[in-house]
Design a protein. Structure first.
Length: 202
């Protein structure tokens, strides 16, 4: 094959692969009615000088029900039943409560567990990086705290989610042991504030 034809073929193949990544995200949103995974999260300051790491488990059930349980370095639980979102800080024994519609917006939780990603996000394929196929999800509403979201797939498997907030901080969530469409108990997405906890309604 002539060099120019070979280059054209490679470009077409790369463009097709990137387009497939957007299709993969749409298929995930359509077909994954529930899921669970372990995750690690790394938050990097805007200048790249400081990093904080945490980890835990993530479960979701469409529409808009999810549970993030952070196990380290500090215990925190974020739960949504589709109507309200609770954030429980174990060390402070403090619970913050917000309406789900107000709390979700164009957030990673909305992207992974929401009802319609095309309604909330504009999707575009990105070049492959770190062995993953990436999709950029730009919030259609520009007033939120999230500036950019990127989702990474390894084949058809959800592998990573990258977020840049309005202040330029970068959060990278890396998923492992992803299981789609497991049977999850309904009480997974219910939260009752512990006795004596300070509850703040927002």
């Amino acid at each position: 094959m002539k060099p120019l034809l070979m280059m054209a073929a490679m470009l077409v193949a790369a463009a097709t692969a990137r387009a497939d990544a957007v299709d993969t995200l749409r298929e995930f949103a359509r077909d994954a009615k529930s899921g669970r995974a372990e995750f690690t999260q790394t938050v990097t300051s805007p200048d790249g000088s400081k990093k904080k790491s945490s980890g835990g488990s993530f479960e979701f059930m469409r529409p808009e029900r999810f549970r993030f349980a952070y196990a380290k370095p500090f215990e925190q639980v974020i739960v949504s039943d589709g109507r309200k979102v609770w954030l429980y800080d174990v060390d402070l024994n403090q619970v913050s409560v917000r309406p789900a519609g107000q709390a979700l917006g164009a957030t990673p939780a909305a992207l992974l567990a929401g009802g319609s990603i095309d309604k909330d996000f504009e999707l575009a394929a990105l070049p492959s990086r770190d062995g993953l196929d990436w999709v950029q999800a730009t919030p259609r509403v520009k007033e939120g705290s999230v500036q950019q979201l990127r989702v990474g797939f390894r084949g058809k498997t959800l592998a990573a989610l990258e977020l840049v907030d309005a202040f330029g901080s970068r959060s990278l969530l890396q998923f492992k042991d992803v299981v789609l469409n497991p049977r999850l108990p309904e009480d997974t997405f219910r939260f009752t504030p512990p006795k004596g906890a300070d509850v703040i309604e927002q």
